[in-house]
Structure formats: structure tokens, C-alpha cells
Design a protein around this ligand. Structure first.
Ligand code: NDP
Length: 245
């Protein structure tokens, strides 16, 4: 038995990293998936690799209302419905407040907070009509504890938590669940760009003494996507190897 047989999912930022790992596991579990990414060509290639009509890649900037509406529309047009929405697209623009520009602050807030809101709103509209659905927002442990040099990112990821809970309350009576995941240090392009010193400092805080793999976030997303989490909404699940428990 597969956990997501016949389900239709959309993953933003799905061309690589955690988003691609989530899409890959969803397909392995029987879902068909739309990968919506700023890099449309990379999304197309990733979808091709996921194989035989099970995935569709499309260009989407999550900060653009029309792009998000079109990505949700593409899922419904191609596959007939939308059961799972993963708001995963994200960036970092790290600097201490002494050096961070207002543009870098706003850009990070826009991609994470506005992007997640647009995705939640567009998917929620379709799911409300269907009477079912699961929305999964990728926050970060930075939104719980705050990271030095990440006032923008920490604010954005905490914002996603509040939004998740508010949306969960609005959509619960329509059969739509909204939950969030807070990953810790996960091995992707985003974190491999970190200076070695910063990487070592984070490692020292992790009781399990290792970074997580994207597949270890994907398995929690799969749990939230499927009926095994049917009585969970507004929850925030930490995937951190015990960091900041
Ligand atoms: P990656 O940088 O590997 O992947 C992010 C993806 O998002 C890329 O494909 C990127 O496209 C895409 N993207 C960026 N901006 C936009 C946009 N405006 N619209 C659509 N897509 C966009 O990062 P991760 O896989 O590591 O991160 C995925 C999520 O997990 C993010 O929200 C991140 O904040 C969160 N997270 C990651 C952690 C980690 O340790 N890696 C820890 C905690 C949370 P492109 O390549 O074209 O830029």
C-alpha cells in the first residue's frame, strides 16, 4: 500500500533540495506532483526525471500572485484536483542588522511570508471546494529560536508559523488541514554555501551530532500529506535531530 495513491500535490521550490526530495517521496508514494520553481527549466528537468506522466514542471515565482494562481490552475487542469500543497520555496540573504539592507529584509519576507500566503490562499480555495486537502508550510527552527545574522529569515519563518495556525482555523471546517515543519540543519545547496565555521557551530548544538538529509524532511511532509495525520492541524513539527528541544 502506498500512502498517497491517487493524490495530486504541488511543491513550490520543487526543482531541488528539500522541495525535490518531498516531490520524489510523494511520487514514490503514489502521488502525481507539480513542481513549481523560479527556475522553470530546472523544474521541467526534475519532473522528467520523476517520470512517465507522474510530474509536471512549471515556472513560478511565489511572490507573483498570477504565477501562483497559474501553478495551482496547472495542477487542476492537468490532474483534475489538488490534494496537497507544499509551500517550500525559500532563500536566505544573511547579514547582521548593521549590514543588512532594507531590500534584503523585504525580499526574504516577501518570498517566505507573501509566497506562503499566496500558496495557502490559492490552494485553500480549491481544497475548500473539494472539502479536503493538506497544506504544508516549510518554516525553520530559525523561526523558533532566531538566528544571528538572520533577522529577516527568522522573522519570516516565525511569520509562517502564525500564518499556518490562523489558516488552519479558517480552513478546518472545510476539511482542509494546515501544518508546518521546522527543519534544522539540512544538507542542501542552501546550507552547503555556509562558511565551515558556521556549519561547525551549528553541528555542536545538535544532540544527534549530524545534519539531516532532505529525505528526512520529506518523510515528515509525507506524514502530514497523508491520512495518517488526519486529526492534526495547526501543528508545527520540528525535524532537527533534537536541536533546541
Ligand atoms: P534550496 O536553495 O536548495 O532550494 C530552494 C528552491 O526554492 C530553489 O529551487 C529555488 O529556485 C526556489 N525558489 C527560490 N525563490 C523562489 C521563488 N520566489 N519562487 C519559486 N521558487 C523559488 O533550499 P532548501 O531546499 O534548503 O530549502 C527549502 C526550504 O526549506 C526553504 O523554505 C528553506 O528556508 C527551508 N529550510 C531549509 C533548511 C536547510 O537547512 N536547508 C532548514 C530550515 C528550513 P532557484 O534555484 O531558481 O533559486
Amino acid at each position: 500500500m502506498t500512502l498517497l495513491e491517487g493524490r495530486i500535490a504541488l511543491v513550490t521550490g520543487g526543482a531541488r533540495g528539500i522541495g525535490l526530495a518531498i516531490a520524489t517521496m510523494f511520487v514514490e508514494q503514489g502521488a502525481r506532483v507539480v513542481l513549481a520553481d523560479l527556475d522553470g527549466a530546472a523544474a521541467g528537468r526534475a519532473a522528467e526525471e520523476l517520470g512517465d506522466g507522474r510530474a509536471l514542471g512549471t515556472r513560478c515565482d511565489v511572490t507573483a500572485e498570477d504565477d501562483v494562481r497559474d501553478a495551482v490552475g496547472a495542477a487542476v487542469e492537468r490532474f483534475g484536483r489538488l490534494d496537497v500543497m507544499v509551500n517550500n520555496a525559500g532563500v536566505t540573504r544573511d547579514a547582521t542588522m548593521r549590514k543588512m539592507t532594507l531590500d534584503d529584509f523585504r525580499a526574504v519576507l516577501d518570498i517566505h511570508v507573501t509566497g506562503t500566503w499566496l500558496g495557502t490562499r490559492a490552494a485553500g480555495a480549491v481544497m475548500r471546494e473539494q472539502g479536503s486537502g493538506s497544506i504544508i508550510n516549510i518554516s525553520s527552527i530559525a523561526g523558533k529560536v532566531g538566528n544571528f545574522g538572520q533577522t529577516n529569515y527568522s522573522a519570516a519563518k516565525a511569520g509562517i508559523v502564525g500564518m499556518t495556525k490562523a489558516a488552519a482555523k479558517e480552513l478546518a471546517r472545510s476539511g482542509v488541514r494546515v501544518n508546518a515543519i521546522q527543519p534544522g540543519l539540512i544538507r542542501t545547496a542552501m546550507t552547503e554555501a555556509m562558511p565551515q565555521q558556521a556549519w561547525d557551530a551549528k553541528m555542536a548544538e545538535i544532540p544527534m551530532a549530524r545534519a539531516g538529509e532532505p529525505s528526512e524532511v520529506a518523510s515528515v511532509a509525507t506524514f502530514l500529506a497523508c491520512d495518517m495525520s488526519s486529526y492534526m492541524t495547526g501543528a508545527v513539527l520540528e525535524v532537527t535531530g533534537g536541536r533546541y528541544m
